[in-house]
Design a protein. Sequence first.
Length: 779
Amino acid sequence: MKIKSLNLRQWTSVAWLLFLATVIGNGSSLQRAVGQVNPTGTVALGKAQTAESEVSDQADPHADIEQGRREITNMISRVKNLIEAFKQDHPDQPTPESLSIELELYKWLDLLYSDRSASTIRLTELEEELERVVVEIETLSLAPIVEGKRFSFLALEDLRDRLKTEVHRRESIKLEIEAARSSLESIRDSHDSNEAKRRMFREDVATSDNDEQLNHRYALAKLRSRATGEAVANRELELKINELEHQISEKRHVYFESQINRMHGRVVFSQAELEQRLKFTDEAEAELRTQLESALASLSELEREYLLASRALENASQEIPQLVEEAATWRLLRELNQEHVSVLQRVIGYAGTIRIIWRRRFDLANQLASKDDLAKWQLETENLSQQITQFQHLLKIRADERVSDLTSVRKRLVTSTELHPEVREFLSRQSEALENSINAYNSQIVLVTTGERTLGRFREELDLTLDPRSAEEFVARSWQLILMAWNYEITSVEDRPITVGKIIWGTILLLAGIYSARIFSRLLGMHILPRFGLNPGASVAFQSIAFYLMATCFGFFALEIINVPLTVFAFMGGAIAIGIGFGSQNVLNNFISGLIMLAERPIRVGDLVDIDDLNGVIERIGARSTRVKTGSNLEIIVPNSKFLENNVTNWTLSDTRIRTVVKVGVAYGSPVNEVRNLLREAVLGHEGVLGTPEPIILFKDFGDNALAFEAHFWIHMRTVMEGERIASDVRVAIDEMFEKANITIAFPQRDLHIDTLSPIEVNLRQVDGESRMIHRKAA
């Protein structure tokens, strides 16, 4: 069960009960005490019991309470006199435990009667207040609503404050009721236990022969039972008071809500009321600024004193408690002052915000703000509310820390009996400074809470005005969220903000520029430049260069449009350099190689090249790589740096004419001149062979098996397959001409010579109708 702390009277009564339960002990201890007491102690208890029996129920409860208090006061005086008499007769002996317990019980009864008197008065007042509140609610419900009547905005604000206070009060009373019920259960259990003991002693007394000690213990048990019975009655009365307070709080809550509902829609926020609130805020801010100036003025002096104390402590030959505590005191004072300055500065900053909130509330109440402004204010208010809540939490944490520090300091002052006077003085100063700091934190918490309440009211008013279920309000709120995200500042360069909107807008412009650069460069390379007679390779080179130049220009233009200085890249230079040096060196190498290839044009689009056992036609030269198409129709991507770092054969760099060769061998004995003429005729007979330069027919060599001839001729070759096809056609023509001229094209052959001394014997044997040579043997 969640129990809130009891009030002072409740705690006092419970403390007395717990104290007595601890002190009283068991019967044996009482018996030992009674053995040492003068019989007059028993007389005192007897008189107390007689006084109890004489208390009668009268019509006036206050008179009964006062009569009981007078009797208890008399009994306290008598017991004190007995204790004094015992001390005079037995100065060397301690006070009997029975007399001490009896005195404490009477004191507790006196406190219970006093508490009963105050509670009875409080109960009467609450009953009257409940009747009055009920009458006020009935009067308010019967009062007619006057048309056209206007109410003050500040009056409505006061009602809202009182309503919120009543809500907190009602929650607090609920906790008090829970605590009172728990306390009542505990005291009832104690009273039941005391009643059981009292009944047990009564039976023992009835069966005994007037045992004086037993009579004394019985009288003490009755007194204890009476005290716990009175405590139960007090707890019941306090519980009734708490329940009555809860009823009154609920009625007040209904009353305030009714008043606020009657004022809804008929409140006027005048300029005079606004000025009044602003004046109050200005006065509070002026007071805070005065405190801030005082704190700042003493900051340097505290720093100087702390340095002096620290140096004195460092220069001391041994650790002196006075110097240690002096340095700790000045350090604490300096720290508290710095905290005070920091908190005051933030609170003063919030004071300006509260002024803005009041002006906005004025505009909202008088319908001077647009829907967009209201949606914007709503978002700003949510963020500001989070900040104030966090600051409020921070103040509470710091206040709790200082309370803990104060507890430690006071504990040292109380428990340390042999402190040096100077050390005690420094500790007292620390205690005083911590108390002032705690009070300052509490004051600032009150101010911040007041501001938070004003901000909360503004949020409620905005929520009522901006209906989230309306499509229009949803669109307006969404638009404000987009604007806040759009204008969010990521960083700043040269006092120019770099916002999310600028980055998005710049990215859009850059992408649009790159797309436009691609369109214009393609138009230039594929349509404009060819009309001026530029070959396709040069057109592609100019197209790529134009694309990069236009993309760069569009990038700078985008930065200028969004008002971003070029120096924004200055602070990025280090990161970019590191990235280029480690992760981007290959990319940059290929990019620069591509630019060199486009500028120097050692390789052009359409050229036939050989590189690293790769033979193909250049299809495209890009920024990072070049696309090569082989004769097998394979497209291979080659990094641009490969063309500059390796040996590259460009078959068509300056001319597409390629000299090719066809080799052929004829049998020995063939007419050499006729072969040469036929080769020349076959070469020149193909339309793909150039007449100039003329073909060259060479009798190359006397081979092992043939006479070797070579036909060298020139062709226009733009692809590898084109040259191979012409060479193939020439070979076909040579074969046909040689066949007509009865010239044999030689082929590899070998002559086998067998040198033997006798004829070779050959045996033939018929096996299954077939003749097979099964044995060959030299004779």
